[in-house]
Write a protein that binds this ligand. Structure first.
Ligand code: AMP
Ligand code: MG
Length: 624
């Protein structure tokens, strides 16, 4: 359905020309992205004046009959902020849940959101929504509710057929528009957005947004029980407690003699032998006696120290030398010497592995040691992968045709998933055609809970992934631009598909960008609970030359070498770092995290210490 929109900026400084209005045009661009068939009927900028706002709203609702009026500005606590008051006074019906939802979502971004007094409601056949004044906040807030406005307008206009259909889609009784063509229409290239309407977020903000979404949309993966031997790399769903203490009995840590410490040095009678695996001796050691004992064997009653064989001398043996009868202790042992008390390694009923732990071989050993045979782990998300681009040719389908390149992202991402213990599924190559993209995404979401797409998310006229997600899948784009190089257009979206929440990572097509953004965003998200920790698993590297900084924070591929003092150096590849050059990643040992350049700092000097994300497994670094 085509809507008509009015976008009203309310600001003294913008209406007087003192400041440029950025929010109104940004909202126009976003409305176009959400509802390309809609018309922006009216765009105006007026001062923070109660009567002027009221008059304008009444005119746009009653005379111009806009379906939706968005206001931006005047919702705060400044003396001149009166947009909510003027709006409330023209509304017939209030719709407080719309602004509650916006506030709830915005509060995840900043607690400042609690200071918004915005209102929303209906006047006659127009929905009026107040948005904050800043460009970033207004765009962000519209993003939270933009897709739902369609249904609100259909209800408001009493469009019964559309309302019933929307309800059926939500209830899962019909399959949305699966078989229909995409709502995204190509053409009118001259009218496309020339600037991305999505606010730029930092890598850290993006990671936090993903974390919040994970909690908010309850992508709580199901749990399953696995044998510990099958648990390598899985994420623990419940905390594991020890069933038995380790060691389960006081054990000798040496091959030697169990003694009474107070006896001190001197000649002792060897009364018994206890080997590892023997039952603890039934009798109690008396003064002047010792027992020959081996490493790991249980200590007899009465003994309170072990003296290693190296600190003793044989005094008397049996005639056949098969028995030691008397041994001289050469040291004064302290109580507890070379004994591991019960539970000294792991006490019983102790939390030994916490929920969220990614199981390593050592963890499996610990669990085995305390008698745990099975654990609860999260069911691994199944991840579908779609490559997009008319230029892509599937590997193995004949000789490379002219104008084509082989789809390398698919196999790289499938392998990255496998390397990190997740299962990826090839969901095909989508042409740069909205119908094909829609059909491929539908098919992938029907089978998988997480989808990765590559390509088609930048500003090109055939970069259609975001539009298809928003228009055909009612997706919320949680971020659509990240301040990083490579990987700026990285997009994270969620949508409800056939009654289930799905998440979509739309990664840039350049092979290096796709891999780097997979490592920074997709992998931590899939690993769950580790989104933020992941970022902290960094190492320090020393620059081996001066480095010019970019306007964006840059993730630069470097090799690691060491200087003569064993300190780790970042060595820059001699070849270039453009994001299409996959070799630069293949040759790299780490991604150096360079800050963006600022007025005071445009380069980092040789010798500076910089954080880096290791690309190879930890064992590799032990060598350095
Ligand atoms: P896009 O993100 O669609 O603008 O693509 C950016 C660049 O990445 C273009 O040069 C594409 O040809 C290339 N590219 C996109 N997808 C793939 C892929 N699956 N495998 C290899 N290169 C790709
Ligand atoms: Mg493309």
């Amino acid at each position: 359905m085509a809507f008509t929109f009015g976008i009203l900026t309310i600001s003294d400084s913008c209406s007087s020309g003192e400041k440029e209005d950025h929010s109104g045009p940004a909202l126009c661009a976003l409305v176009k992205e959400f509802y390309p068939q809609s018309k922006i009927l009216l765009l105006d900028c007026i001062p923070d004046d109660y009567e002027a706002i009221k008059a304008k709203l009444i005119e746009w609702c009653d005379v111009k009959k806009c379906n939706v009026v968005l206001t931006t500005g005047g919702t705060g606590f400044a003396p001149r902020d009166v947009t909510p008051e003027a709006t409330r006074d023209v509304l017939d019906k209030l719709a407080p849940a719309v602004t509650q939802h916006i506030n709830h979502m915005s509060m995840q971004v900043t607690p400042m959101a609690m200071l918004s007094r915005a209102v929303c409601g209906v006047r006659k056949q127009t929905l009026i929504l107040n948005l904050p004044g800043s460009k970033k906040a207004s765009v962000e807030c519209f993003g939270f509710v933009g897709k739902t406005l369609k249904h609100a307008v259909e209800l408001m206009l009493d469009r019964k057929a559309e309302v019933v259909k929307a309800h059926q889609i939500v209830q899962g009784t019909i399959v949305g528009d699966d078989t229909e063509k995409s709502k995204v229409k190509l053409g009118c290239v001259a009218l496309r957005n020339r600037k991305s309407p999505y606010p730029m977020v930092s890598v850290e903000e993006a990671q936090e947004i993903m974390s919040d979404c994970d909690n908010m949309y309850r992508f709580e993966p199901e749990q399953c029980i696995v044998k510990i031997e099958d648990s390598l790399g899985r994420t623990l769903a419940t905390t594991v407690r020890s069933n038995v203490p380790l060691p389960p009995f006081p054990a000798s840590t040496k091959d030697g003699y169990a003694v009474i410490a107070a006896d001190g040095p001197g000649i002792r009678k060897v009364v018994e032998v206890i080997a590892a695996g023997d039952l603890p001796a039934q009798f109690t050691l008396k003064s002047g006696e010792i027992i020959r004992i081996s490493t790991g064997a249980p200590l007899p009653n009465g003994a309170d120290a072990v003296v290693q064989v190296e600190d003793t001398e044989l005094v008397k043996a049996s005639d056949d030398n098969m028995k030691e009868l008397e041994v001289k202790i050469n040291v004064s042992p302290s109580v507890g010497l070379d004994i591991r008390p019960i539970g000294s390694d792991i006490p019983v009923d102790e939390d030994i592995l916490h929920q969220g732990t990614i199981i390593t071989p050592a963890h499996i050993g610990i669990m085995a040691a305390v008698g745990i045979t099975e654990i609860d782990v999260y069911v691994r998300r199944s991840v579908g992968i779609i490559s997009s681009g008319n230029e892509l040719q599937r590997l193995g389908c004949g000789q490379l045709q002219s104008g084509k390149i082989f789809d390398s992202n698919k196999l790289t991402l499938l392998s990255l998933l496998e390397q990190h213990n997740f299962k990826g599924y090839d969901c095909g190559i989508a042409r740069d055609d909205p119908d094909d993209i829609k059909q491929k995404i539908s098919a992938a979401l029907a089978k998988h809970d997480t989808l990765i797409t590559t390509g088609g998310v930048s500003m090109g006229e055939f970069d259609l992934i975001k539009q298809v997600l928003v228009q055909d899948f009612n997706a919320s784009i949680h971020f659509g631009r990240v301040d990083m190089k490579p990987g700026k257009p990285t997009t994270f979206a969620t949508c409800e598909f056939k009654g289930k929440w799905k998440c979509v990572f739309a990664l840039p097509g350049n092979p290096v960008s796709a891999s780097v953004t997979f490592l920074l965003f997709v992998l931590p998200f899939l690993r769950r609970y580790n989104v933020l920790q992941e970022g902290r698993q960094m190492i320090d590297l020393i620059l081996d030359k001066d480095v010019n900084l970019d306007v964006r924070p840059e993730y630069m591929r470097v090799k690691i070498s060491s200087d003569k003092n064993g300190r780790k150096l970042a060595q820059f590849a001699t070849a270039n770092q453009i994001s299409s050059r996959l070799n630069s990643l293949a040759e790299a040992d780490a991604l150096l995290v360079l800050p963006s350049k600022s007025a005071v700092c445009s380069k980092l000097l040789k010798g500076a210490i910089v954080k880096a994300i290791p690309l190879r497994n930890r064992e590799f670094y032990v060598k350095y």
